[in-house]
Design a protein around this ligand. Structure first.
Ligand SMILES: Cc1ncc(COP(=O)(O)O)c(C=O)c1O
Length: 437
């Protein structure tokens, strides 16, 4: 069946709210590549939105899941404690940021992980206020959408939203209103945050600050180290917790297990999902034992959370990243992409900002005035890339960012192919001749 035939059936049977960026129907995926129903092959730099970090269908993950399914498929952890859940909690504690002892609670998705961090933070502190940030995305469930920054399409129409959620400005340095750069800009955002808390919430009413160290849906915006360090210090000072949403940035994507590892910071609670189990639905809250132990038996739970096949996939994924040196590879891939894109930026004024951490690279496109977001160019670029056999995704609060999420297990030839394709697609989308690679 062709892509267009599946699209026709979809129009009659699938809720229109479930959208697809690319009008393709995947039939096979392996390593860095995806094949569609028309037989076309693509280099996949979306990896299912930061999920298949180690590439599609890694043989170790496939055989671990096959083994588990043949043994048993499901017995809820609330019924009996399968060993893979316990082993995964041990492995996550070993790789989690910071030296404190850790405990883990497993769920099915990123939104569910975030929801649970909020529940845990409220019980552990006895406070209610959650401070989230502009440009944030934390998921689609009711609490998660209330924590998300952007209104349309994530929150509009879904009111009333959850109470006791406050919003501070994310340090989006490329668009900061202070006219400052570097540490001074980060300090200005911190000052604004502290003022917001002290004057409009009350320092002893904040249960937690919830932040993505690299804002994903907001536009692949890394928070500066000074800001995150200041946030940690301020949270400690007022007795609040720091919840680190690593759902998109975690699991090796940035060249370390977690984005906050770049700064040697220890959050109180970490939410992870996406790449954790290489495509099997799994999310986790990994938190300091002293915080996690505040929540009593039975207060958290999930029928499918931590299901055995997802745990087997996650254990295999962690092993692959360790055995194949993929943290280092992610850093190398990220550096190579940034270097080439920064060189392109010197020739293309439309490429306003090249940023990111490790293999999580954002390209922000602007109009000729050098500032106004250009989402139309990004839409054209996504199509031009696809037509040349490269899948990429748009992102950003203003829809003007291309996010690059290459597999962190990819050959130099695949890396080069992706970069050359991107360069020529940018030139064509801009209406110029392709730039020679
Ligand atoms: C940072 C972040 N948090 C939470 C979520 C929600 O995850 P899920 O779609 O698995 O619910 C996402 C999804 O994109 C995300 O990027």
């Amino acid at each position: 069946m062709s892509n267009s035939a599946i699209a026709q059936r979809r129009a009659l049977s699938v809720a229109p709210a479930a959208m697809s960026v690319h009008p393709i129907s995947p039939v096979k995926a392996e390593g860095a590549h995806v094949w569609d129903a028309d037989g076309k092959r693509y280099l996949d730099w979306t990896v299912g939105i930061a999920v298949m970090n180690i590439g599609h269908s890694h043989p170790k993950v496939v055989s671990a899941v096959q083994r588990q399914v043949a043994e048993f498929q499901h017995l809820c952890f609330a019924v009996g404690m399968h060993e893979s859940y316990v082993e995964l909690a041990e492995r996550l504690a070993a790789i989690a940021p910071g030296p404190s002892p850790k405990r883990t609670f497993l769920v099915n998705s990123g939104a569910e992980a975030v929801e649970n961090t909020v529940k845990i933070a409220r019980v552990a502190t006895g406070r209610q206020g959650i401070v989230a940030f502009t440009h944030a995305f934390h998921g689609r469930t009711h609490m998660a959408l209330s924590l998300t920054g952007k209104s349309d399409p994530y929150k509009a129409g879904f009111a009333p939203r959850a109470a006791e959620v406050y919003r501070a400005a994310y340090p989006y340095l490329y668009r900061n209103p202070f006219g400052l750069t570097g540490e001074q800009a980060a300090e200005a955002y911190l000052e604004q945050l502290r003022d917001l808390v002290a004057t409009t919430i009350g320092e002893n009413e904040v249960a937690a600050f919830l932040i993505e160290p690299v804002a994903g849906e907001g536009g692949f915006i890394p928070a500066p180290e000074r800001f995150l360090r200041g946030l940690r210090e301020y949270a400690d000072r007022i007795g609040a917790l720091w919840i680190d949403d690593e759902v998109q940035a975690g699991m090796g994507r940035t060249g370390r297990w977690w984005a906050v590892d770049h700064f040697d910071l220890e959050p109180d609670l970490v939410a992870t999902a996406k790449a954790l189990a290489s495509g099997f639905p799994l999310g986790a809250v990994v938190g300091k034992a002293e915080v996690m132990d505040a929540v009593g038996p039975g207060m958290l739970g999930s029928t499918f959370g931590g299901n055995p096949s997802a745990c087997a996939a996650a254990l295999a994924t962690i092993e692959v990243i360790q055995e194949e040196g993929l943290l280092q590879r992610a850093a190398t891939i990220g550096d190579a992409i940034r270097e080439r894109m920064e060189a392109l930026q010197r020739r293309q004024s439309a490429l306003g900002d090249v940023r990111g951490l490790g293999a999580m690279v954002g390209l922000e496109f602007v109009r000729d005035d050098g500032h106004t977001p250009d989402p139309e160019l990004v839409q054209r670029l996504v199509v031009e890339c696809r037509e040349r056999g490269l899948l990429v995704l748009p992102t950003g609060t203003y829809g003007n960012v291309i996010r690059l999420l290459p597999p962190i297990r990819m050959s130099d030839a695949e890396l080069e192919l992706g970069l050359a394709t991107l360069e020529s697609a940018i030139a064509v989308a801009r209406g110029a001749d392709p730039v020679p690679a």
